[in-house]
Design a protein around this ligand. Structure first.
Ligand code: NAG
Ligand code: NAG
Ligand code: NAG
Ligand code: NAG
Ligand code: NAG
Ligand code: NAG
Ligand code: NAG
Ligand code: NAG
Ligand code: NAG
Ligand code: NAG
Ligand code: NAG
Length: 576
C-alpha cells in the first residue's frame, strides 16, 4: 500500500519535473525578443519550438524548428524582406493581434486574424503553430502558410506553394517552386528571380482539373490526390515509423526530398543520428531542368552534375571561375582575356581546348555544321572569336556562345564538349612578374575629396602619355625622401600593400580608409577603391611589357577579369 503511494508520488514528481511541463497555451500579451537568449515557445512534447533563430550577426529569423535534435532543423519561417534585427519582438497582443515588430516598434510582419477574438496561441506537437479562439477554432496556423517544408499531417490545398530557399544557409526565396496550381495541376517550376513569378514547369503532374490536395500522412506517404480520393501522383512512397522524425522539403537545388531522423540513439534500422534521404523527385535535376531563357539548373557558364550520393553539383568548366565562390548557383566567368576579334591579330594560336566527354550546353548554339570531322569542328571554333565552346557528336558540330546555359554533364549526353581556353595561365601577365620587392619607394597618388575620380584620371594619364620615359612626370614621381610624403598625400607601395592586405580579398578597412579620407562615397565603395588601386599600380609599371592594354584595363574595370596582385613598380627602376 505504502509502496504504491511512493510509486505514485515519484511518478507525480517526475511529471512535475518534466522539462516540457511548462509548455502550455501562449496567452494574450505574451512576447518573445530576439536578443541572443534562447527564448522560444516549445510544444508539449518538446519536439518543436517557435521563436527567433540567430542566422548571422544581428540577423534573426522568426521560425519553427525541431528542438530536440542538435541540428535544430528549421521547418518554417516568416517571410520577411530582411532578417529581423536584434531586439525585434514577436507578440500576441492583448487585443488579439499577432505581429513581428522591429526594435523601433515598426511592424515588419503580421497575420490578419480577421475574425478577431483570438484567445491563445500554441506550438503543437505536429510542428504546427496555431492562433485560436476560445472555442478552439483556428484563426491562423503555420501549416496553412508553408515556406519550403511540409511535415506529417500537413496538407497543401489548391493555390499553395513551397518556395525553395536561396542556399543552404540563406533563407531568402530561391530559384525553385512547387505549386499546386488553381487549375488542379501540380508542378515544379523555376522562378523568375528577382520577380515573384514562375517560368515553365520542369516536372508536372496533370490532373485534368480533378487535382485536390498534396497530403503527407503519418506513415510517410506523400501523395497528390484527386477530389474523388484517387491518387494522381506519389512524391514519396517510402513508409516510416513513429521512431523517426520526418520532413519533406523543396531544397535550394530544386529537388523535393523526404528525410527521416531517428528520435532516439537506440532507434532500430541502423540509421545514423542524422537526417537521411528516404526518397526524392525529380530523379535527375540536371537533365530535368531546361530553360528556354534562363540559366538552367545551375548558373550561366556552369554545368550541373549529379554525383553518386544523389546530390547535384554546379561546376565551372576548366579556365572558368565562380562569380562568387560562396554561391555555387551564381554562375561562372572566364578567367582569361576574351579572344580578340581583330582581323589582324587573329589570336587563334593563343587558344586551345579542354575536352570533356558527356558535357553539353543545349540551346546556346548559334551555328550547326554537318557532316564534318572533329578536327574541322575545333578549327572552325578556334578561328571564331564568338565561339566559346564547340560541341561534337558523330559528324555534327555546334558552335556555342557566352553565356552558356542549361549545362549538364551526364552519361545520357552523348557528346563531346571542347571548351575554348587561352593558353598558359589566364590574363595578360607575362611570366616574369616576380621581382625583388623594394620597400619605401614612394609613388604619389593624389587622393582628396574625390578619390575615385582621381584614380580614373590617373589611369587616363598613364594610358594617354608615354610617361614612363619621363621620370619627372607630374602624375607619378619617384621619391627617396621619407619625410615629406605624409603631408602631401604620398603613399609607398608598401603602404598600399598593407592597406589592401597584400591586395587580397589593389583588406584592412581602417588602413584603406586612410587613402580615401573624408570621401564618403569612396568609403562606401571601398572594394572598388581597392580594385582601382591595383589597376593603377599595374598601369604604373615601369617595364612597359608589364603594363596592361587598354582593353585589359577596361575588362578589369568592368570586372570581366580579375585584377591580379601587382608587383612593386620600383623593381624595374632599381634594377637599371
Ligand atoms: C488552451 O486553451 C484552450 C481554450 O481556452 C483550452 O481548451 C485548452 O485546454 C488549453 N490548453 C492548455 C494546454 O492549457
Ligand atoms: C532579452 O530580452 C528580454 C525581454 O526584453 C529580457 O528579459 C532578457 O533579459 C534579454 N536577454 C538578454 C540576454 O539580453
Ligand atoms: C542557446 O542554446 C545552445 C544550445 O542549447 C547553447 O549552446 C547556447 O549557449 C545557448 N545560448 C544562450 C545565450 O543561452
Ligand atoms: C484584414 O481582413 C479584413 C477582412 O478580411 C480586411 O477588411 C482588412 O483590410 C484586413 N487587414 C489587413 C491589414 O490586411
Ligand atoms: C541571401 O541571398 C539573397 C539573394 O542573393 C541576398 O540578397 C541576401 O543578401 C542573402 N542573405 C544573406 C543573409 O546572405
Ligand atoms: C498513408 O497513405 C497511404 C497511401 O494512400 C496509405 O496506404 C496509408 O494507409 C496511409 N497511412 C495513414 C496512417 O493514413
Ligand atoms: C477519380 O478521378 C480520376 C481523375 O478524374 C479518375 O481517373 C478516376 O477514375 C476516378 N476514380 C473513381 C473511383 O471515381
Ligand atoms: C516507389 O518510388 C520509386 C521511385 O521513387 C519507384 O521506383 C518504385 O517503383 C515505387 N514503388 C511503388 C510501390 O510504387
Ligand atoms: C549529417 O548530414 C549532413 C548532410 O549530409 C552532413 O553534412 C553532416 O556532416 C552530417 N552530420 C553528422 C553528425 O554525421
Ligand atoms: C592543345 O591541347 C592539346 C591537348 O591538351 C595538346 O596536345 C596541344 O599541344 C595543345 N596545343 C597548343 C598549341 O598548346
Ligand atoms: C596554372 O596555375 C595552376 C595553379 O595556379 C598551376 O597548378 C598550373 O601548373 C599552371 N599552369 C600553367 C600552364 O602555368
Amino acid at each position: 500500500m505504502d509502496f504504491v503511494l511512493i510509486l505514485l508520488s515519484i511518478h507525480f514528481l517526475f511529471c512535475f519535473l518534466h522539462p516540457f511541463s511548462t509548455a502550455q497555451n501562449i496567452t494574450l500579451g505574451s512576447s518573445l525578443t530576439a536578443n541572443g537568449s534562447n527564448s522560444s515557445w516549445v510544444s508539449p512534447s518538446g519536439d518543436f519550438a517557435f521563436g527567433f533563430r540567430n542566422i548571422k550577426t544581428n540577423g534573426y529569423l522568426l521560425a519553427i524548428w525541431f528542438d530536440k535534435i542538435p541540428e535544430k532543423t528549421i521547418v518554417w519561417s516568416a517571410k520577411v524582406d530582411a532578417l529581423a534585427e536584434e531586439g525585434s519582438k514577436v507578440q500576441l497582443t492583448t487585443d488579439g493581434k499577432f505581429m513581428l515588430l522591429d526594435p523601433s516598434g515598426k511592424q515588419i510582419w503580421s497575420r490578419n486574424l480577421s475574425e478577431g477574438g483570438a484567445a491563445y496561441a500554441a506550438m503543437l506537437d505536429s510542428g504546427n503553430f496555431v492562433v485560436a479562439k476560445n472555442n478552439g477554432a483556428i484563426l491562423w496556423q503555420s501549416f496553412d502558410e508553408p515556406t519550403d517544408t511540409i511535415l506529417p499531417t500537413q496538407i497543401l490545398d489548391l493555390g499553395s506553394k513551397l518556395v525553395a530557399r536561396h542556399s543552404e544557409g540563406n533563407y531568402s526565396s530561391g530559384r525553385f517552386e512547387l505549386r499546386l496550381q488553381s487549375n488542379g495541376d501540380l508542378g515544379f517550376f523555376t522562378r523568375n528571380v528577382p520577380l515573384d513569378a514562375i517560368n515553365s514547369a520542369y516536372l508536372e503532374i496533370q490532373s485534368g482539373g480533378s487535382g485536390h490536395q498534396v497530403k503527407f500522412n503519418q506513415s510517410g506517404f506523400i501523395y497528390f490526390d484527386a477530389i474523388n480520393g484517387s491518387v494522381l501522383g506519389l512524391l514519396s512512397n517510402k513508409t516510416s515509423t513513429s521512431q523517426f522524425y520526418q520532413r519533406a522539403i523543396l531544397e535550394y537545388d530544386g529537388v523535393f526530398r523526404h528525410y527521416v531522423y531517428p528520435k532516439s540513439a537506440n532507434s532500430i534500422g541502423g540509421r545514423q543520428k542524422n537526417w537521411t534521404t528516404l526518397s526524392f523527385v525529380p530523379p535527375n535535376i540536371c537533365t530535368s531542368v531546361i530553360q528556354e531563357t534562363g540559366a538552367g539548373a545551375c548558373g550561366f557558364n556552369s554545368y550541373c552534375q549529379v554525383e553518386s550520393d544523389g546530390r547535384r553539383r554546379c561546376l565551372c568548366p576548366s579556365g572558368y571561375i565562380f562569380f562568387d565562390p560562396d554561391d555555387e548557383m551564381g554562375g561562372c566567368k572566364p578567367n582569361f582575356l576574351p579572344q580578340s576579334c581583330d582581323v589582324e591579330s587573329q589570336e587563334a594560336d593563343h587558344f586551345n581546348f579542354s575536352e570533356v566527354v558527356n558535357l553539353d550546353w543545349p540551346l546556346s548554339d548559334y551555328e550547326h555544321y554537318q557532316p564534318v570531322t572533329e578536327e574541322w569542328c575545333k578549327d572552325v571554333c578556334l578561328k571564331d572569336c564568338f565561339c566559346a565552346v564547340a560541341i561534337f557528336e558523330s559528324n555534327n558540330c555546334w558552335k556555342k556562345k557566352n553565356p552558356l546555359s542549361n549545362g549538364k554533364l551526364d552519361p545520357s549526353v552523348d557528346r563531346h564538349a571542347f571548351v575554348k581556353v587561352r593558353n598558359g595561365n589566364s590574363t595578360f601577365l607575362p611570366p616574369k612578374l616576380v621581382g625583388p620587392k623594394k620597400d619605401q619607394t614612394p609613388l604619389i597618388i593624389g587622393l582628396s575629396s574625390s578619390a575615385l575620380l582621381n584614380f580614373l584620371l590617373l589611369l587616363l594619364n598613364f594610358l594617354g602619355f608615354n610617361w614612363f620615359r619621363k621620370r619627372n612626370s607630374k602624375v607619378l614621381q619617384l621619391y627617396k625622401d621619407e619625410g615629406s610624403k605624409k603631408d602631401s598625400g604620398v603613399f609607398t607601395y608598401k603602404e598600399l600593400e598593407e592597406a589592401t592586405n597584400g591586395f587580397k580579398e589593389c583588406y584592412k578597412e581602417g588602413k584603406l580608409e586612410l587613402l580615401v579620407e573624408n570621401d564618403a562615397e569612396a568609403m562606401n565603395d571601398i572594394k572598388r577603391v581597392k580594385k582601382f588601386v591595383m589597376i593603377a599600380l599595374w598601369c604604373t609599371q615601369v617595364d612597359p611589357s608589364l603594363r596592361p592594354t587598354m582593353k585589359s584595363v577596361l575588362l578589369m574595370l568592368e570586372g570581366v577579369i580579375e585584377a591580379p596582385v601587382p608587383p612593386d613598380p620600383s623593381s624595374f627602376v632599381d634594377s637599371m
